[in-house]
Design a protein around this ligand. Sequence first.
Ligand code: NDP
Length: 452
Amino acid sequence: MAFDYDLFVIGGGSGGVRAARIAAAEGGARVGLAEESRMGGTCVIRGCVPKKLMVFASSFPEAVAEARAYGWDAGIGAFDWPQFRTRLETELDRLEAAYRATLKSAGVTTHDARAVVEDAHRVRLATGETFSAKHILIATGGRPFVPDIPGRELAVTSNEMFHLPALPKRALVVGGGYIASEFACILNGLGATVCQYYRGAQILRGFDEEARGLVATAMQQNGISIHCGTDILRLEKTAGGISAVATDGTEQEFDLVMYATGRHPNTENLGLEALGVQIGRRGQILVDEWSQTAVPSIYAVGDVTDRVNLTPVAIREGHAFADTVFGGKPTRFDHDLIASAVFTQPELGSVGLSEEAAREQEPIEVYATAFRPMKTAFAGHSNRVLMKLIVSQKTRRILGCHIVAPEAGEMIQLAGIAIRMGATKEDFDRTCAVHPTMAEELVTLRKPLRTA
Ligand code: NDP
């Protein structure tokens, strides 16, 4: 049977675009791709990229304060949010155009419309057109979820944060994950008074406890008021803003309430379940190690599968799919030892197991040091950075590395290579330090702090 396409991709985000490009350019496949919103997806349009630019914008007051401590006659004026927002929009337009150009030069046909799956080999666009395809790839990502509380319509999510008409003076951030913690820091850096409410005992659940504790302490020292063990019961519109009533009985007024209470996979109304594609409890598409669903011609990659919800993971999953199905190179993406960073201030970079998880697995040694880094210590700050290694007593391999420091994201990328290669503590010890840096402490940790 002749198909219109060899591959039809639904979703023009990181995973879908990579898969489409590799299948077309390297696999010689005839590829169609449908995107209902802007090309580039969450990461480029309403996630990592604009977020990181806002992190940069928010870091200047602190940089100027440090400059003063170093002897500069420096001062910072007001932040012009509309000017920044306009530049941001221009940058996102540029990136979207680059994504489109990449797809075009790879020979991918793009359709600016929502697509649903009609059967195992057919998709239907919102325009009414239908296309047949030998393979279908679902890469529809996820979307922010706001719990069902009274007044939830008064809250914004990360989607809206890049388009705010004005910056808030008083902001409430709800949630304790990556997005909540990053935006609490961004808003704080941009001059808002920030409260963060998290229902659990400590923000950044799942990360190494010592590391998340240090991030939380630093955030509080920077002026963010973190309320753990409390949640928001309801939101109400008031004359002056939005009033938030918390489970601890307190009521406070804010100009902006942002919910970052997780994301849900975009699987609804795609026509999947009727076809036999299995959907998990969290709404995610269930796939095997080849990203194949229970319907052999349908695959899924990225956040819609809710494996490890990170852009580079979606890209690798998309690439592995294209190599496997169109490149004659069966490739499984290994989800172990993925380094990641939380762009709080300070950043948290992490790869491998937390001390708590490693302890459950096998006997370990913990090496760690927390110290005042040269640059900010000179400026009179008391903030500390953390360098921590979790080592297997048996194999001597580094099981986990956790860094809380400015630029920890950059550092953990490099540590991640060594750890991925199976580096032992002794390999780290044999590595000569780069002096004077913060990261040199990773190769000069002599005695275990504790064993467990
Ligand atoms: P997370 O799953 O990381 O965090 C969600 C937070 O919301 C948790 O603190 C959770 O609490 C809380 N929560 C969940 N449901 C409720 C509820 N009903 N009421 C109150 N609180 C609730 O999600 P994010 O939205 O922060 O991020 C989504 C994903 O995006 C992440 O998993 C991450 O992989 C990715 N991401 C990565 C970034 C990076 O690499 N720097 C940046 C941003 C996002 P609890 O802990 O108790 O469950």
